[in-house]
Design a protein around this ligand. Sequence first.
Ligand code: ADP
Length: 250
Amino acid sequence: MTEVTPPALDISHLSVNFENGSGELQALDDVTFQVWPQEFVCLLGPSGSGKSTLLRVLAGLVPPTRGEIRFSGDHPPRIGYVFQHANLMPWRTVIENIMLPLELQGVSPPEARRQAQTWVERVGLSGFESAWPRDLSGGMAQRVAIARALIHDPDLLLLDEPFGALDALTRERMGAELLHLWQSQRKTVLMVTHSISEALLLADRVLVFTPRPGRVSLDLTVPLPRPRSDDLRYTLEFAHLARQLRQAIG
Ligand code: ADP
């Protein structure tokens, strides 16, 4: 018999309703999909299609109204979460922000600092250990947020438009850096983006969501070989996939 790898994440008939003053608002409707270990999945769709809500449900911040979520593994999953804005603590330096999750886990400060130093280097911030968040560019702040999300070795990395507030060139560079990091760390990743080309450059699969209530209208496996470089954007295959996603978004 062949061993079948269980999905890292199994979402089954998930619906989420919110109470709003005049009644209920349905954000997600009967969403079912699975994510495989170490897979990089992008979520695309118009604003309001429930993509952030889905991440918040996975992080345990919003309860599902109906349906089920199952994580593989014998412990509750550790989640790393990165938002559009880095949300760094302004009174802590770069390295102190990165070591925070370890401190909260009870790791001793010298050990937390040692591990944070490794992450400072991995995300290209050597020399900025003692800088304050207010002195960082948007891209640098997001690097700190990504390091902070990865330092406690999460089972699942949730990225909610992490580069949405950056200029186009910084965004491209950050995408390439994230890809590089993912290739060395191999986390299971769910990332919300509005950018079709970002999704195609990064993801193994792209899920397209319908306007509210969000349902999965397309589950596209990205057949582009890895490692992927920016030049892929100019190929016919890329254009063909981009058109498919564009049409699915509507
Ligand atoms: P997306 O990330 O795709 O832009 P969201 O998940 O942010 O979409 O939002 C989906 C819908 O749910 C939107 O109409 C939004 O206004 C609504 N919504 C999100 N969070 C709440 C909440 N806590 N209370 C009420 N409505 C909410």
